[in-house]
Design a protein around this ligand. Structure first.
Ligand SMILES: [Fe+2]
Length: 234
């Protein structure tokens, strides 16, 4: 088996790996903590983590390689980084639930506050919260309708997707539009005054940490640009 091509597939399109490729990849792998065979749930986590953002252009071209996505987003100065949530099983269990209460949200936030401290020290971030959206939220559509139209913010929109996924759309300086499906354990920074929109994939589930420098700077200011939505497969 071609090792490089298998690793490449594992990183970019893990769902496309066939049985023999999976067997090759995990054969002989040992769990570092137990020295035993890697348990199934850990393999699933590894595969989940290997998921990457997907970027789609209006002509249907799709990119999943970070280098391609970075190139396509470069005119907008958008940052997209992979940020692991860590191995804490309690936190992973909370992230797997649809609804969590305020105490559980705080537990998740505190577990991830290393990132917040970094943002506070380097860019003056003042607060963070955890937004949890799922189909059972009664006013979900109303909530989402605030963000699915083209808008800008006075501050950067800084989000860390910790579970589920969300689609960010952007208008590039040449007027072209792109959409990026941001996956779990990915951080995105949309600079202030970037025309963008946001909606959920068909699963309609996301948990995201939102970081703020002020309490008002992320209020949407709508623009007249029509969203040519649905570029992403939802
Ligand atoms: Fe926004």
């Amino acid at each position: 088996m071609e090792q490089a091509s298998c690793l490449c597939k594992l990183w970019n399109r893990p769902e496309s790996l066939c049985k023999s490729e999976l067997k090759w990849f995990f054969s002989g792998r040992r769990d570092r903590q137990t020295s035993g065979k890697v348990p199934l749930y850990r393999l699933t986590q590894q595969l989940e983590r290997a998921k990457m953002a997907i970027l789609r252009l209006e002509d249907g071209t799709t990119y999943t390689q970070l280098s391609d996505i970075t190139r396509e987003l470069a005119p907008l100065n958008i940052q997209l980084n992979s940020w692991p949530v860590g191995d804490n099983p309690e936190i992973r269990e909370l992230l797997a639930l649809d609804a969590i209460d305020d105490n559980q949200k705080e537990q998740v936030l505190q577990a991830l506050d290393g990132y917040f401290r970094q943002l506070s020290e380097t860019a003056g971030y003042q607060s963070r919260d955890l937004i949890v959206l799922h189909p059972d939220i009664p006013n979900l559509d109303t909530l989402l309708s605030k963000f699915d139209k083209c808008h800008i913010h006075a501050d950067d929109e800084v989000r860390y997707i910790v579970a589920g996924e969300g689609i960010f759309g952007f208008v590039r300086p040449d007027g072209s539009q792109v959409e990026v499906t941001v996956q779990p354990e990915e951080f995105i920074n949309v600079p202030a005054n970037t025309e963008h929109w946001f909606y959920l994939t068909a699963a309609r589930k996301v948990k995201a940490v939102r970081y703020f420098t002020t309490t008002t700077g992320w209020t949407p200011e709508y623009t007249d640009t029509q969203v040519r939505s649905g570029l992403a497969t939802v």
